[in-house]
Write a protein that binds this ligand. Structure first.
Ligand code: ASP
Length: 604
């Protein structure tokens, strides 16, 4: 009873043929003395019919004993379904298989949740789905995601091979290089007291591969970061990791545009327009308040610093006097926001450092005239009001929101509020975005360095291997904030899909960045990056690269809200695998072998 067809293969053209299907009992219905069993495999499902008048009693009873998710092989004749009983929802809906044989390959216990009904399944608690992941993976929605991910991985490999890249694996047991995220450590049994670290990315290895003459490297690489998890993060995740020699930024842009175009075509049959738009970091912040702008809708931030420089509204003029800016956005259609909604927004703005959230509701008053309802308009003069009206295109129904602060804070606060307002408007049906629209964008000209006020030192905006823009190099030690990095991010629909940079390949410049700019003591530089600096002394080609978040890419392509939906065996927000129960305690003997002693605080 070996399968002759898969469960999404039989069509009217097969009528009269004998077929054997293997798979799971998707559903069983007993109707008018007949038993209908839908057999499902990963391709789809087919209805089989057991008729007691054609079958032995034993065979019919065997069919009657089947439960959902039993594994079966059914043989029978393909026939057309009787008129009026076709099912247009499935591709095999015009035929059925009149069973003549049944082999039960395995029984199934009563399921913890049904897998045959997408409505019910979508309401099943995620923890249960993760605990019984193998059942969850059988659901057609999840099967589709896993298949799409595989397609994307294979399309990536084919494309990269066409472009002359070599796929090279790099170690998972690496050395601790504490910069950036917290690492997972692995004790070494053979080297008492020493640890490996799991790599946060293959960054240093891929650069060394360039020194090793590989020229074009890629890898679908597993990376590890021991961070507090957020909704779109996992402690282990996958990147499409890329590095090339003898190139400039433009070469990376062209390569990635080609790759994403191919992937979108194969996964979604969508033609992505290239080249992608480009926006500087400063522009992205000024207009959208974020370095990964969602450009599918407007509501851009508008600057009013000059207009309010001399304002009698001291909150605004005071912010300008202390070197800050005044920015506003027009949330079109949100004038009806309740006091509660405004308070929620204010609290939200405060959680990002705002002191408050000034607003104007533009609504009809009791006399039918359009009024600006706001506790602050009484301080505005006519010129200020006129400027607001023109630059924000103010009309009845609008909600105007302000931020007055230092440039970066004002942008970031309003940027968050912009996204929040968009969500509210979407919820009210006032903003609709085509689910097949993908706004790709390169964000460029990032500052090479950012300042950490608490630690009073500069740190790399991307990573310490990023090359400064050539003409900015002289400012590295004199005026670091002026230095732009040769760093780029690729963004789609407000999601950072990936980022990379042209690297420093001159050992002296790299040493300057480590020691003089980032102020890593020389001994520590040697300990952590000595081998890289040494490698650069033996003929390092100019090189650069990028990494794309592979899980995120698939989340977007699948149109699912959660990164966990595109990972076969994801972890919970606490980093737990609910199916295997990892992480788990180990035996004292294992700890002794690893030369470890535990000091775990007792639970209350
Ligand atoms: N290694 C970097 C990252 O993981 C990407 C790159 O610069 O290529 O973000």
């Amino acid at each position: 009873m070996k399968r002759t067809h898969h469960c999404n293969e039989l069509r009217p053209a097969h009528v009269g043929q004998t077929a054997t299907l293997s798979g799971w009992v998707h559903s069983r219905r007993d109707l008018g003395g007949l038993i209908f069993i839908d057999v499902r495999d990963r391709e789809g499902r087919t209805q089989t019919v057991f008729d007691p008048s054609d079958l032995s009693k034993e065979l019919f009873e065997k069919a009657a004993s089947l439960r959902s998710e039993c594994v079966v092989a059914v043989t029978g004749k393909v026939r057309r379904r009787p008129a009026g009983t076709t099912n247009p929802k499935i591709e095999t809906g015009e035929i059925e298989v009149a069973a003549t044989g049944l082999e039960v390959l395995n029984m199934a216990d009563v399921l913890p949740f049904p897998v045959d009904d997408p409505e019910v399944a979508s309401k099943v608690n995620e923890e249960l789905r993760l605990q019984y992941r193998y059942l969850d993976l059988r659901r057609p929605e999840m099967a589709r995601n896993i298949r799409l991910r595989s397609k994307v991985a294979i399309a990536t490999r084919v494309f990269m091979e066409e472009q002359g890249f070599l796929e090279v694996e790099t170690p998972t047991l690496f050395k601790s290089t504490p910069e950036g995220a917290r690492e997972f450590l692995v004790p070494s049994r053979a080297n008492p007291g020493k640890f490996y670290a799991l790599p946060q990315s293959p960054q240093q290895f891929k650069q060394i591969l360039m020194v090793g003459g590989v020229e074009k490297y890629f890898q679908i690489a597993r990376c590890y970061r021991d961070e507090d998890l957020r909704a779109d993060r996992q402690p282990e995740f996958t990147q499409i990791d890329i590095e090339m020699s003898f190139i400039e930024r433009e070469d990376i842009y062209t390569l990635i545009e080609g790759l994403l175009k191919r992937v979108w075509k194969i996964a979604r049959d969508i033609d992505v327009a290239v080249p992608f738009a480009r926006m500087t970091f400063a522009d992205a912040l000024s207009r959208y308040g974020i370095d990964k702008p969602d450009t599918r809708f407007g509501m851009e931030l508008v600057d009013f610093t000059e207009e309010f420089r001399g304002s009698s509204f001291k909150v605004f003029s005071g912010a300008v006097a202390s070197g800050g800016v005044v920015k506003a956005l027009n949330a079109k259609g949100l004038a009806g926001a309740t006091q509660g909604q405004i308070e929620t927004m204010t609290e939200y703005a405060k959680s990002f450092g705002a002191k408050g959230l000034a607003y104007i509701k533009v609504e009809k008053g009791p006399t039918g005239e359009v009024e600006w309802k706001s506790p602050i308009v009484k301080f505005f003069n006519d010129a200020e009001k006129a400027a607001l009206t023109t630059k924000l295109g103010i009309a009845e129904g609008d909600l105007i929101l302000f931020a007055a602060d230092q440039w970066l804070s004002a942008c970031e606060i309003l940027g968050r509020i912009r996204l929040h307002c968009a969500d509210v408007l979407k919820g009210q049906g006032k903003l609709t975005i085509d689910p097949n629209r993908f706004d790709f964008l390169w964000v460029v000209d990032f500052p090479l360095l950012s300042f950490d006020k608490e630690q009073n030192r500069w740190y790399s905006s991307h990573h310490p291997f990023t090359a400064p823009v050539v003409e900015d190099v002289p400012f590295l030690t004199t005026d670091p904030k002026k230095v732009r990095g040769q760093h780029y991010d690729v963004v789609v629909n407000g999601v950072e899909l990936g980022g990379g940079s042209i690297r420093i390949h001159q050992p002296d410049l790299q040493k300057t960045v480590f020691e003089q700019v980032l102020q890593i003591p020389p001994e520590e530089t040697k300990l952590r990056f000595g081998y890289l600096l040494e490698a650069f002394r033996y003929g390092a080609p100019p090189h650069g690269g990028i990494a794309l978040g592979f899980d995120r890419l698939n989340t977007i392509l699948c149109g699912t809200p959660s990164i966990r939906d595109v990972i076969a065996f994801p972890k919970t927000a606490k980093g737990v695998d609910l199916m295997t129960d990892a992480p788990a305690p180990v035996a004292p003997k294992q700890l002794r072998e690893l030369h470890l002693e535990l000091k775990v605080p007792k639970k209350e």
